[in-house]
Design a binder for this molecule. Structure first.
Ligand code: HPA
Length: 278
């Protein structure tokens, strides 16, 4: 059964009590290999998902299942260390559940990250593993939506706009910070595939033709819910591998994690400076 408003309220009340009633300024959702970020948070309050009423529990072995609340670059942040994926067996609404809880805690800005396969651009520009990409839009061909089913009116309209979820000002700030740190933050469109298998070369050719530059198995549900809730989103992908068929090399989970780990320091610096300047 899809959660009801009271479930979100119960989760938020539990978290709020653990963090002394402080309002988090920013929520951060961390992708594969990028979870080490939570270590940077000062005076952390760690809240295991299993203790939070109605919260799903992450099953990806290398992802932890906890919220980390504390100070980062002078701001109160609430980070998800470990997230929920449809391929694990969760329903789409469950993968986005924490975003509703964040809203009730007073969060108005969300930074969401992921590891993604890079496809490059239809004008011939390429991407490389290790590149960081600011997501400008998303494509979800899979039919399920986190908001299918009874609408929770307290959270927003049944039908809502998706054109401004990737906040322009946050994107501009991320580009400015990356340039000051000496690297080019690319822009790209993220296409969701349900996984857990990586894509076929034909799927990647199709997605690229449709205008996607990145492919991954997460993030879009959280972004959809954030749009309904009026939470502004900064979404950054780390290209961990070239998507299927681009180089012909087999894609492995190990490669995805290794590249994410290599880029983690650059990535953390970008995100924490963006947070500082917010
Ligand atoms: N495809 C889907 N998800 C991914 C990939 C990919 O190539 N790389 C990292 N996550």
């Amino acid at each position: 059964m899809k959660a009801v408003f009271q479930d979100y309220k119960d989760s938020a009340a539990y978290i709020s009590e653990k963090i002394g009633g402080v309002k988090p300024d920013i929520a951060i959702i961390l992708g594969s290999g990028l979870g080490g970020y939570a270590d940077e948070i000062e005076d952390p309050v760690i809240i295991p998902y299993r203790d939070i009423p109605h919260f799903p529990i992450s099953t990806v072995s290398y992802q932890k299942g906890e919220l980390v609340f504390g100070k980062l670059a002078g701001k109160n942040v609430l980070a998800m260390n470990g997230r929920f994926h449809y391929y694990e067996g969760w329903e789409m609404w469950q993968t986005a559940y924490p975003v509703g809880v964040f809203k009730l805690l007073g969060v108005d800005t969300m930074i969401i990250t992921n590891a993604a396969g890079g496809m490059g651009y239809n004008d011939g520009r390429t991407m490389r593993p290790g590149d960081l990409v600011c997501v400008t839009d998303q494509i979800k061909l899979a039919p399920m939506s986190p908001l299918r089913g009874a609408n929770i009116e307290e959270f927003g309209a049944r039908f809502f706009d998706m054109q401004s979820v990737f906040d322009k000002d946050l994107r501009a700030l991320a580009h400015e910070v990356a340039a000051a740190q000496g690297f080019e933050l690319l822009d790209g469109v993220y296409a969701y595939m349900a996984g857990p298998q990586y894509e076929t070369p034909a799927e990647i050719r199709a997605l690229k033709l449709l205008g996607a530059n990145l492919v991954g198995m997460s993030t879009v549900a959280e972004n959809i819910f954030a749009a309904q809730l009026g939470i502004r989103v900064l979404c950054i992908s780390c290209v961990t591998n070239m998507a299927a068929g681009i180089t012909g090399a087999a894609i492995t989970e190990q490669e995805v994690l290794d590249v994410a780990n290599e880029v983690a320091a650059k990535f953390k610096k970008l995100v924490s400076t963006v947070i500082e300047k917010l």
